[in-house]
Design a protein around this ligand. Structure first.
Ligand SMILES: Nc1nc2c(c(=O)[nH]1)N(C=O)[C@@H](CNc1ccc(C(=O)N[C@@H](CCC(=O)O)C(=O)O)cc1)CN2
Ligand SMILES: Nc1nc2c(ncn2[C@@H]2O[C@H](COP(=O)(O)OP(=O)(O)OP(=O)(O)O)[C@@H](O)[C@H]2O)c(=O)[nH]1
Ligand SMILES: [Mg+2]
Length: 444
């Protein structure tokens, strides 16, 4: 039985949190979950409403005595196990005034509830077996999603797309392990070779599937964190002008003085439904100014660490050497024509002054964003945690394949099993739960 399911009937104390944002709003939702939620709701609202149905109620510090009217609210009572957390829980939909929220919070504390830790509701849903770890991560990603690609990826993961992939592997591996164990018990001379063959073939197939999953070009992680596109090139090329155009605002200072930008400026945008952060950098040149030199060093760092590098240079100056991984773009074609190629790389000509080539550049950037994030087949992994565990599983399967000794093979298969179990949170995850759920926002 998975370790989280063994806690299924363990009643946890009641916690509460504001589920809605902290800014101005019309309605604020406070969610309460845990043992004794029924008593708490009864204290505040009187008789319990029909389960999972929105009901209008006057809220009081003590409803029985009509003592201290707090708000007129909509209340939803969700007894466990058919609730988000799997526990008895309820929601108070309040008027969103800060004084109301704090008065209701005080009343809840008085009834014995405590404020929830970040991610505690979803952590409880996980502990009660309502979601696996990948689904819980998907819920966190859904809340953070800013773009269509992030939203779709997070929703698929929250709905179990990644979890069912991993559980399918775990189920098949479990069966391989069972057969392997049966083999070990066979006397040597009676070892049925066709059984062992089939077993090795299944291990190889599993490993191929996991390898394929790992060779995803990191697109899931890229979608999740967003892409970084940096703009580098000589001073005065128009890098900051281009950043401002892409940001649709005057984010960076533009001037005819070479060396205007000395620090890196990052602007997050959405390109073809993908989160893309553009980085404007200091113009690349030899300089005796230590501050500008540090800016140049940072620009070079971005050349190495970006998902995509746009090398911008002006048409009216000596051409730079093309940076191998960069897309060369020649600006200021209003002053002089752009070269067709530079060091055998095709060059895109643009003028930020008159707009020539800008639409084409934008299309190229969108194509690049899609190329780095699109793919087909099963859903991609989305976190370093998934990558590490899948790598570990594959390493163990490969070790198992290379072993003749059934006992040793069994040990490697068990290690692979553990690695897969960590992915969905079935085994050995106690140590990482604080990290994973701690990254959730409060109230989730
Ligand atoms: N008001 C409100 N809206 C919300 C949430 C919430 O908790 N409250 N959610 C919170 O994330 C999301 C929806 N997710 C939810 C997932 C499961 C259940 C739930 O109670 N499931 C029960 C009952 C299902 C039913 O009535 O058919 C179950 O699955 O047994 C509720 C919300 C987004 N919107
Ligand atoms: N003629 C012409 N001028 C341009 C064009 N694009 C930008 N400029 C001008 O070129 C100058 C430099 O532009 P910036 O965007 O500051 O250049 P930069 O690459 O950020 O320069 P540094 O920050 O110094 O590295 C400014 O005066 C811009 O107005 C263009 O397409 N044609
Ligand atoms: Mg600049």
């Amino acid at each position: 039985m998975p370790s989280n399911a063994s806690l299924q009937h363990h009643a946890l104390p009641p916690v509460f949190a504001l589920a809605t944002g902290s800014g101005r709003g019309a309605i604020a939702i406070i969610r309460v979950s845990g043992a004794g939620s029924d008593t708490i709701l009864h204290t505040l609202a009187g008789r319990l409403p029909f389960p999972r149905r929105a009901s209008f109620r006057k809220l009081w510090r003590n409803a029985a005595l009509h003592e201290d009217h707090l708000d007129d609210a909509v209340v939803i009572w969700s007894p466990g196990p058919n609730s988000y957390t799997g526990e008895d829980s309820f929601e108070l939909h309040l008027h969103a005034g800060p004084a109301i929220i704090s008065a209701v919070a005080d009343a809840l504390v008085e009834t014995g509830a405590r404020p929830a830790e970040p991610g505690e509701f979803t952590r409880r849903a996980f502990m009660h077996g309502r979601v696996d770890l990948t689904e819980a991560e998907g819920i966190a990603d859904l809340i953070e999603a800013e773009t269509e690609t992030q939203r779709k990826q997070a929703l698929a993961q929250a709905d179990g797309a990644l979890g069912s992939l991993y559980k399918n592997w775990a189920t098949r591996l479990r069966s391989v392990l069972a057969q392997q164990e049966a083999l070990i018990d066979f006397p040597d001379e009676e070892l049925p070779p066709e059984v062992e063959h089939a077993l090795l073939a299944e291990i190889a197939t599993l490993n191929t599937e996991i390898r394929h999953h790992l060779a995803d070009g990191e697109r899931g992680e890229r979608i999740r964190r967003g892409l970084v596109f940096s703009i580098v090139g000589p001073p005065n090329a128009g890098k900051s002008s281009l950043l401002n155009l892409l940001a649709e605002r005057d984010a960076a200072i533009v001037s005819p003085i070479a060396g205007t930008t000395r620090d890196t400026i990052e602007i997050a945008t959405i390109l073809a439904g993908v989160k893309v952060t553009f980085v404007d950098t200091a113009g690349l040149r030899e300089t005796s100014d230590p501050i500008e030199a540090e800016g140049v060093r940072r620009a070079m760092f971005h050349v190495e660490h970006s998902d995509f590098v746009l090398q911008l240079f002006p048409s009216d100056q000596p051409y730079p050497t093309v940076i191998p991984q960069a897309l060369p773009v020649c600006n200021k074609t209003d002053l002089a024509p752009a070269p067709a190629t530079l060091d055998q790389h095709p060059v895109l000509g643009i003028s930020l002054q008159n707009g020539d080539g800008v639409a084409e550049l934008r299309k190229t950037l969108e194509r690049e964003a899609l190329k780095l994030t699109q793919g087909s087949g099963p859903p991609p992994l989305t976190r370093a945690r998934h990558r590490a565990a899948a790598e570990a599983a594959s390493t163990s399967l490969e070790a198992a394949l290379s072993m003749d000794w059934p006992e040793m093979r069994g040990e490697e298969l068990r290690l692979a099993m553990r690695a897969l179990g960590r992915l969905t949170g079935e085994v050995g995850v106690e140590d990482i739960l604080d990290t994973i759920f701690g990254q959730f926002c409060i109230g989730k």
